[in-house]
Design a protein around this ligand. Structure first.
Ligand code: NAD
Length: 268
């Protein structure tokens, strides 16, 4: 099952998986097996029910690509509901359908580490699963800032949930990919915006080009399949080196904890 299957990264994932012989259920607002608005509670619930029917109650893999970019004339609340709740609630809803050895991949973003000034309060509202507060805060800060906040919260949700009883404990792997700039209709739309377009080229990409959606699809296929069997709670940056360039020493970060405190934490 792939969300955002009608365009860009989701379309590339769908094509690659179908080429590999898999049956893929696409979910999107249009041109998909399941047409649904993942920005609404009813849309998410209806899509979970429709996917459940189409897959006969069992899925091998889930990929959540549906998302919206920030834009000066787009409300932050829309991004909050689509990018964060449309991802995590959908993953939660489909989790029981994932068979043992199943695997899920959420699409985060390298804006989580390369875009400055992400509002912490909004990230916490997401992680507290308070959609109403998240939408209010998102409208206050605007969609351009809500975007990296929603993607940071998705990455932290994945790391928190992946190791718990519902996911790793049930034999189902959950990971995230943080793409850098990928040439898709989303980026084409951003380039066309007079305010946002010039900002795109300010992002240094050491490899000297933007990525292609097929490069993300290849990573998705790896994470879904048996060759990705040891990935659990990982957030894989695939961004031509922007994160490594800008945040070189920030992570992996040494852990400022004593061995005794660590023992207590593991024991608790
Ligand atoms: P895209 O615009 O080409 O595709 C996104 C798809 O999501 C579209 O088909 C759209 O209809 C669907 N979608 C949007 N709102 C929806 C809703 N409410 N319900 C159901 N479907 C909805 O974008 P893309 O570049 O392929 O982006 C895919 C994902 O990757 C997004 O989550 C995006 O944030 C993320 N991402 C993209 C880039 C990039 O540079 N392109 C970088 C980092 C992360």
């Amino acid at each position: 099952m792939v969300t955002g299957a009608a365009s860009g990264i989701g379309a590339a994932c769908t094509a690659r998986l179908r080429d590999g012989g898999h049956s893929v259920i696409g979910v999107d607002r249009h041109q998909a097996d399941v047409v649904a608005d993942l920005g609404t509670v009813d849309g998410r619930m209806g899509a979970v029910a429709a996917v459940s029917r189409l897959c006969g109650g069992s899925l091998a893999g889930v990929v959540t690509c549906a998302g919206l970019a920030g834009a000066p004339d787009r409300k932050g609340s829309l991004l909050a509901s689509v990018n964060y709740f449309g991802t995590v609630d959908f993953l939660d809803g489909l989790r029981p359908l994932l068979a043992e050895n199943g695997s899920a991949v959420a699409i985060s973003s390298n804006s989580t580490t390369v875009q400055p000034a992400i509002p912490a309060e909004l990230v916490e509202a997401f992680l507290a699963h308070d959609e109403e507060l998240s939408r209010t805060l998102a409208d206050q800060v605007g969609s351009l800032v809500t975007y990296p906040a929603s993607k940071l919260a998705v990455a932290h949700w994945v790391r928190r949930m992946a190791t718990g009883p519902e996911w790793a404990g049930s034999g189902v792997r959950l990971n995230a990919i943080a793409p850098g700039m990928i040439e898709t209709p989303m980026v084409a739309g951003m380039r066309a915006d007079p305010e946002v377009g010039p900002l795109l080229d300010m992002l240094p990409i050491p490899i000297g080009r933007a990525g292609q959606p097929e490069e993300i699809a290849a990573l998705v296929e790896l994470l879904l399949g048996p060759d990705g069997g040891f990935f659990c709670g990982s957030v894989l940056f695939c961004d031509g080196g922007s994160d490594a360039l800008l945040r070189t020493r920030d992570w992996p970060a040494a852990w400022d904890i004593t061995v005794r405190d660590l023992g207590q934490q593991l024991g608790s």
